[in-house]
Design a protein around this ligand. Structure first.
Ligand code: PGA
Length: 260
């Protein structure tokens, strides 16, 4: 794991966005894995601004989002279809026939999950997967006890996840109980992974992910098995890491340092 710690969440966010921009600039037809959640809109603002400034084009990129709520139609304001349109796709030049999100309202959600996983494999796997992390250590909607061998499937959401996401739903409306999520094995097949975490609430999950023992009880520990994962943190999210000084020494202020 490459662990980059920045002073501010803005710096961390900008570094994560830059990794995506660099990838697309070098490989305009790459396959990106995209994420939702409160951490991501600032990342997508960077991508949008870079596009509007003429420094990156997304027209040939293929994307696969990590997850979608079961039962929500794409036009539901809390669906991840809606989130992605609003936060990224509508203001950029992504070819919408090449942007993929599981269909939460598919008549057979299990079949939809299998179809979606097969589509990722048919695209040749993800080149660069963007991830957030839940306070319970989930990646995508792979909740605690998710198998490291899991592929795209239905997961029952924990109370913690549903409570964390309640704020996006209107009064009287509860977040769905189930989601379709890309599996941990599917995520681990990505060529590169970049996980962004900011804020103190993420510090315990971040510490377990990086320094804890491999365990399905913190699904993000699976990333320890991946050979090309970059974890991008602000100081608050990094605050419970025991080896924080060491990570900072290897990458001062999150910078790459030449080996001499
Ligand atoms: P957040 O969620 O960005 O809203 O904190 C991250 C996640 O649950 O993966």
């Amino acid at each position: 794991m490459k662990i980059l710690i920045f002073d501010t969440s803005e710096m961390a966010t900008s570094r994560a966005a830059q990794q995506i921009i660099d990838r697309v600039a070098a490989h305009p037809d790459c396959v990106l894995g995209l994420a939702t959640g409160g951490t991501m809109p600032p990342v997508y603002r960077h991508l949008t601004n870079a596009h509007l400034a003429g420094s990156v084009d997304f027209a040939s990129v293929t994307t696969f989002n990590l997850d979608e709520y079961v039962g929500l139609t794409p036009d539901h304001p809390c669906s991840y279809h809606h989130f992605m349109a609003q936060e990224l796709f509508d203001a950029t030049d992504f070819d919408r026939s090449q942007t993929h999100i599981p269909m939460g309202n598919a008549p057979d959600p299990e079949a939809e999950a299998k179809r979606y996983d097969a589509k990722i494999q048919a695209a040749g796997a993800i080149d660069l997967q963007l991830l957030g992390i839940g306070t319970n250590g989930h990646i995508g909607f792979n909740e605690p006890t998710s198998s490291f061998g899991s592929r795209t499937r239905i997961k029952t959401l924990t109370k913690a996840t549903r409570s964390a996401n309640q704020r996006y739903f209107s009064d009287g409306e509860e977040p769905p109980r189930y989601a379709i999520t890309v599996g941990i094995q599917t995520i681990l097949e990505s060529r590169d992974i970049v996980l962004l975490a900011t804020g103190e609430s993420k510090a315990p999950a971040v510490a377990t992910m990086i320094e804890g023992a491999l365990s399905a009880s913190c699904p993000a520990t699976a990333l320890q098995l991946h050979p090309a994962t970059t974890i991008i943190l602000d100081q608050d999210a990094a605050s419970q890491l025991k080896l924080r000084e060491y990570y900072f020494q290897v990458h001062p202020n999150g910078q790459e340092t030449p080996i001499v």
